[in-house]
Design a protein around this ligand. Structure first.
Ligand code: SF4
Length: 131
């Protein structure tokens, strides 16, 4: 199971490079969680308006810092144990998926994608190519 974490890391590396050239192509075409939210959660969503705070840059940055800080802190405390490091990424994936499902069910099916740290990072990286 922890080996799956390295698949997550490989996917992250792939979409972060991709985002430099193609923006959030990953989000709209390849992300398995995005597809799940579109195909499954759209059928169960309360379809409410997202809280205004979701669209605030500072809030999205805060979510990004919190998640990245959590991952970095856990890696630093792993003692270099590769199994443990792999399981950190699996846990991150599971936790964010649960949050995405809760937001999708009670607010809007793709609501998580507005504040997703990986979506945020892709947006920032693609912005570097436009400068
Ligand atoms: S914003 Fe996050 S969850 Fe949504 S499609 Fe992009 S990477 Fe996937």
């Amino acid at each position: 199971m922890p080996l799956l974490g390295y698949l997550v890391v490989a996917m992250m590396a792939f979409f972060l490079v991709l985002s430099f050239f193609m923006g959030r192509y990953w989000c709209w075409n390849l992300c398995p969680r995005g597809a799940f939210l579109d195909i499954v959660m759209s059928k169960f969503s309360a379809k409410r308006q997202l809280p205004l705070i979701f669209s605030k840059g500072w809030f999205r940055l805060l979510i990004f810092i919190l998640f990245m800080g959590f991952v970095v802190m856990r890696i630093l405390h792993s003692g270099g144990n590769l199994i443990l490091i792999g399981s950190i990424f699996v846990a991150m994936c599971l936790v964010t998926t649960v949050i995405a499902i809760v937001i999708g069910a009670f607010i809007k099916h793709r609501g998580w994608c507005v504040i997703c740290p990986m979506g945020f990072l892709q947006e920032k990286i693609s912005g570097l190519n436009k400068k």
